[in-house]
Design a protein around this ligand. Structure first.
Ligand SMILES: [Zn+2]
Length: 315
């Protein structure tokens, strides 16, 4: 699985229905399978104690991708957005990028990867954030996201339903939680590959001495040579843990919902600006703060999989 995509952001086909050859659709599905697998770990990137792969669904053959496009994703990114220049960053933008379009009083991050804990703390400190106990759990979100969530909870209650967080880390997350998980794959990986003679001890030591932020491109580069760092050592680390600093939960615009299986709950959340934006990560919702009809205009496309609707960057 290559990560080499040295593409310049393409110009979207405005308002055009694009017909694709079956082989191309198959390729797109494979790409989505890859991205979705990466996506599946988006909200699992912190806290091994809460990582729950049971909610991650594989992409099925009935996946459909809306091809009608009217908005330019890149044009709608927040002011000062730091466009990633490396393969890993571009991949993460394609995967988690919907959150960067959050509207309705939300302040999205302006970078794909937070560099370290201080970087996350500095971003979160600037947010109009609020905290509220929901379902016995302290939930911390940006105020706009919390207001919309409160409205959704009220609406759900009228219908006799509840909307609650799945666990104690279902909303706000920090950076450092991601680092331990990353190391839990990188360190045994190096023991294995040094033992096999594929990596020198000196090279392993050099990479391990780097910050997690700088380790990510180094590890992905080794993986291009088949030197994999997933726990099973036969596939990319990104199938195993998310790179540190990339979780949507850092933005305080994401929530993992306990009642995610309930279609009516999903509908109520969507009506209040909370959408699913990470394909195959079923409990994960993202506050985008607009009506559903606005999403294509922002440059998102609809992906249907496992009977769910996901909104992802149309890039
Ligand atoms: Zn999540």
């Amino acid at each position: 699985m290559g990560l080499r995509r040295d593409r310049v952001p393409p110009i979207p086909h405005k308002g055009i229905f694009i017909k694709r050859a079956p082989s191309e659709i198959k390729k797109m599905k494979l790409l989505f399978l890859f991205l979705a697998t990466l996506a599946g770990i988006a909200c699992l990137s912190t806290g091994a104690n809460t990582a729950d792969t049971s909610a991650i669904q594989p992409i099925s053959d009935d996946m459909t991708i809306s091809e009608t496009v009217s908005g330019d994703f890149y044009k709608n990114l927040p002011a000062g957005f730091e466009m990633p220049k490396d393969d890993a960053g571009l991949l993460l933008l394609r995967e988690y990028g919907a959150v960067f379009l959050a509207r309705g009083g939300a302040k999205p991050p302006t970078k794909v990867v937070f560099r370290d804990e201080a970087d996350v703390i500095s971003f979160q400190a600037e947010l109009a954030a609020t905290s509220k106990p929901i379902g016995g759990v302290k939930v911390e979100l940006q105020a706009a996201a919390m207001n919309a969530l409160s409205n959704a909870i009220t609406e759900a209650a009228i219908a006799g339903l509840a909307i609650e967080p799945r666990g104690s880390d279902s909303a706000r997350r920090g950076y450092d939680q991601t680092v331990g998980l990353w190391a839990s794959r990188v360190n045994p990986g190096f023991v294995h590959w040094v033992g096999k003679g594929r990596v020198t001890q000196a090279e392993a030591n050099r990479i391990k001495a780097l910050s997690p932020y700088l380790q990510v491109p180094e590890i992905l580069k080794l993986e291009q040579q088949g030197i994999y760092f997933a726990r099973s050592l036969d596939k990319s680390i990104i199938y195993s843990v998310a790179p540190p600093g990339t979780s949507q939960h850092i933005s305080m615009l994401a929530l993992d919902v306990k009642q995610f299986e309930n279609a009516k709950v999903r509908e109520i959340l969507a009506n209040n600006g909370w959408f699913q934006t990470v394909v195959s990560d079923l409990p994960h919702f993202t506050f985008l703060g607009v009506k559903k009809t606005e999403l294509p205009k922002l440059g998102l496309k609809e992906v249907t999989n496992s009977g769910r609707t996901f909104w992802v960057p149309n890039i």
